[in-house]
Design a protein around this ligand. Structure first.
Ligand code: IMP
Ligand code: MG
Length: 183
């Protein structure tokens, strides 16, 4: 793995490890304020949200429940298939609960709009969205992300949970994947 920004695999770093952590701290403080006196369950979307769940939850100075779902809208490549499928469902009932979905990236918004509807249909009291990254295409769908880490250009990125063919999730920063790897 070549971690340098001018390396063969990562074209450039667009969000550094330090930027991610300080932004998560800010958003965590905002979440604590917004949910003061309220219930809160974080639902992490596997596998992309693992890093965000681990870091964000540790910055939350309050009690939270945590649960996980695995859904898929992407195949092995870099283009959305448009199909959302549950691979792993929640372990717990969310009837009457205040849910905050934790996602890695909001791209077309297909995944998050489907997930929000799905969780509301189970009787959640509220469903809000936290996403580390948001791409410009997200503007074309009606998914309102209440907490957004960074708005980024429409490029295929990896790191901090985001993968390309299951690799690069362990990078502590977010980088643009070199085009020669997938085109
Ligand atoms: P959406 O349904 O188009 O919003 O896509 C959401 C999902 O697609 C995310 O949870 C990611 O798993 C994946 N995805 C979208 N863009 C990227 C990217 O740039 N890199 C890696 N995965 C991505
Ligand atoms: Mg993915």
């Amino acid at each position: 793995m070549d971690l340098s920004a001018d390396g063969k695999e990562i074209e450039k770093i667009i969000v550094s490890q330090e930027q991610i952590q300080s932004r998560l701290k800010e958003l965590a403080a905002q979440i604590v304020k917004d949910y003061e006196g309220r219930d809160l369950i974080l639902i992490g979307v596997l596998k992309g949200a693992i890093m965000a769940m681990a870091d964000l939850s540790r910055y939350l100075q309050r009690h939270v429940d945590m649960d996980w779902m695995a859904v898929t809208s992407y195949g092995a490549g870099t283009k959305s298939s448009g199909v959302v499928r549950i691979l792993k469902d929640l372990d717990n009932d969310i009837l009457g609960r205040e849910v905050l979905i934790v996602e890695d990236i909001l791209d077309t918004g297909l995944t998050l709009s489907w997930l929000t509807e799905n969780l509301l249909s189970r009787g959640a009291k509220s469903v809000s969205v936290f996403t580390v990254l948001r791409k410009p295409d997200a503007a074309t769908v009606k998914v309102e992300a209440k907490y957004v880490g960074f708005d980024i250009p429409s490029e295929f990125v990896v790191g901090y949970g985001l993968d390309f063919n299951q690799k690069y999730r362990n990078l502590p920063f977010i980088g643009v994947l070199a085009k020669h790897l997938y085109s």
